[in-house]
Each structure stands twice: as structure tokens, then as C-alpha cells.
Write a protein that binds this ligand. Structure first.
Ligand SMILES: NC(=O)c1ccc[n+]([C@@H]2O[C@H](COP(=O)([O-])OP(=O)(O)OC[C@H]3O[C@@H](n4cnc5c(N)ncnc54)[C@H](OP(=O)(O)O)[C@@H]3O)[C@@H](O)[C@H]2O)c1
Length: 239
């Protein structure tokens, strides 16, 4: 099996690259930090085949070309995991703009390229790393929650297109709660924190089971259900 992980230089993406390599996948890994890609490649080879592509997903056309180049280097593609994302509690315009460019437009640039590639070969699997934050608006970072809601909704739409047109493209929406990574290391008030390698194992299992939606860990499914039912006044105290 051949997989590309978009955003594999740290945190969940790096752990998932290691997990998929261990499960026998040939992998393509991307990120802006070339030296980290090279380090991970050196760590995983020769046991696994690993190709790298420096990529900034906010340079949309270059990122799409880089994605297609990686597919060529791998000799085909079965699975893409679009993990790259940013999160911040700052709500200055520059931060919100960058969040949209990365989590929304950058995500879509790759998902669109992958969907068209898989549609041609009439099989494939697109996995997006959304978040529990997709469930409702959040007062700490309205743009982050909104960006993840976009990802989950967009993937739901892609799944309907795939089924309606019988394209056999599986779509998996991964919604982590709290995972210990560089992105969350300064966050306060987190609980039920999952180490990145454990999150990666659960994500890889969800991928192999072709789950539609998977919460990381499973207990967040119940929380998400409660979150959606909470009245605004109560929800505001938690979000
Ligand atoms: N940690 C959590 O608790 C948690 C919870 C819910 C959802 N998530 C989601 O999980 C995903 C991974 O987050 P993480 O916690 O593992 O954070 P992380 O350690 O900061 O990793 C983020 C990854 O995204 C890449 N990335 C960011 N901006 C990019 C850009 N413009 N172009 C290309 N790659 C880019 C980074 O690579 P470079 O910097 O090298 O480009 C890095 O590999 C994110 O989508 C995040 O929203 C995380």
C-alpha cells in the first residue's frame, strides 16, 4: 500500500508516518521543514520506502504539483492523510487569515487533487484530520473551530459524491480531542490527553477499518454528542 501524509514533520503526522511505515506502507511525507523530513526518512529507511517533498500547503499550485510529483515517485497512491494544520488562540487578522489559508484552502487544494486522482483510478482513500472542535463554534479560537467544521463538512460532501458516482473513494474524518504535540504543548486546561504514538495507532486502525468518522480517543464521541446538546449558556462556560 502507498500512502502520502501531508504534514509529517511533527506531532500526529510524524507519529502516523512511523505507524504506517511499521505496518508496511510505502510512504510519501511532506512539510515545510526539509531537515525534519530528511531525519524521519533516515530513521525509517531502509526498513520502509520513504520519499519526501518539501511543501507549503498555502502555496496552493506548488503544493498540488508537489503532491502529484510524490505520487509519481511512489509509483501510485492508495491513501492520502491530510494532517497539516495550524491552531492558535490569537484572533488577530493575520492569524485568522493564516488559519484559513492552511486549514481550509490548503486542505482543499490537496483534497481536490487527491479526489480527482482517485476518481480516475476508481479507488482510493482520503483521510482528513479534523477535530472535536468541528462540532460547535469556540470562543477561544472561532476561526480554528470554523476551519475544522469546514473540513468535516467538506469530507462529508466528498463521501456523497463518491457514493453517488460509484467512485469507490473512501473518506475518513478523524476528530481528535487532545493529543500531546508541539501544537498543544502550551495549552492549558486539557484533559484525557493522548500521546501522539497512541493517537497514530488509533488513526491507523480507523483507516484500515475505513471508518467514516473516528474520534481519538473513542470517549470523545460521547462528549461530542453532549456538546451538541448543551444550551449556549452552559456551552460558553466550557468552550
Ligand atoms: N494536537 C491536538 O490535540 C489536536 C487536536 C485536534 C486536531 N488536531 C489537528 O491535528 C493536525 C496535526 O496537529 P499536531 O497537533 O500534530 O500539530 P503539529 O505538531 O504542530 O504538526 C502540524 C504539522 O502540520 C504541518 N504544517 C503546518 N502548516 C503547514 C503548511 N503551511 N504547509 C505544510 N505543512 C504545514 C507542520 O509541518 P511544517 O511546520 O514542517 O510545515 C506539521 O508537520 C492539525 O490539523 C491539528 O489541527 C490536533
Amino acid at each position: 500500500m502507498k500512502a502520502i501524509i501531508i504534514g509529517a514533520t511533527s506531532g500526529i503526522g510524524e507519529a502516523l508516518a512511523k505507524e504506517l511505515a511499521q505496518r508496511g506502507y510505502k510512504i510519501g511525507i511532506t512539510g515545510r521543514r526539509t531537515e525534519l523530513l530528511q531525519q524521519l526518512q533516515a530513521q525509517l529507511q531502509p526498513a520502509a520506502k520513504v520519499v519526501i517533498q518539501t511543501m507549503d500547503i498555502t502555496c496552493f499550485d506548488k503544493a498540488r504539483a508537489g503532491f502529484m510529483h510524490l505520487i509519481e515517485e511512489l509509483g501510485g497512491l492508495d491513501l492520502v492523510v491530510i494532517n497539516a494544520g495550524v491552531g492558535s488562540y490569537a484572533n488577530a487578522w493575520e492569524t485568522e487569515f493564516n488559519t484559513i489559508q492552511t486549514n481550509v484552502t490548503g486542505f482543499t487544494a490537496i483534497a481536490n487533487a487527491a479526489f480527482h486522482y482517485f476518481a480516475q483510478q476508481k479507488k482510493g482513500h482520503i483521510v482528513g484530520i479534523s477535530s472535536l472542535a468541528a462540532e460547535r463554534g469556540g470562543s477561544r479560537s472561532p476561526v480554528y473551530n470554523a476551519s475544522k467544521a469546514f473540513i468535516s463538512n467538506y469530507m462529508d460532501g466528498l463521501r456523497h459524491v463518491s457514493v453517488r458516482k460509484q467512485l469507490h473513494i473512501a473518506i475518513t474524518d478523524i476528530r481528535p480531542g487532545f493529543v500531546k504535540t508541539p501544537m498543544t504543548e502550551k495549552n492549558k486546561g486539557m484533559f484525557w490527553i493522548v500521546p501522539a504514538p497512541k493517537a497514530a495507532r488509533q488513526i491507523a486502525d480507523a483507516i484500515e477499518q475505513q471508518r467514516k468518522i473516528a474520534y481519538i480517543s473513542k470517549r470523545w464521541r460521547m462528549v461530542s454528542w453532549i456538546l451538541r446538546l448543551l444550551p449556549d449558556a452552559l456551552y460558553r462556560k466550557l468552550s
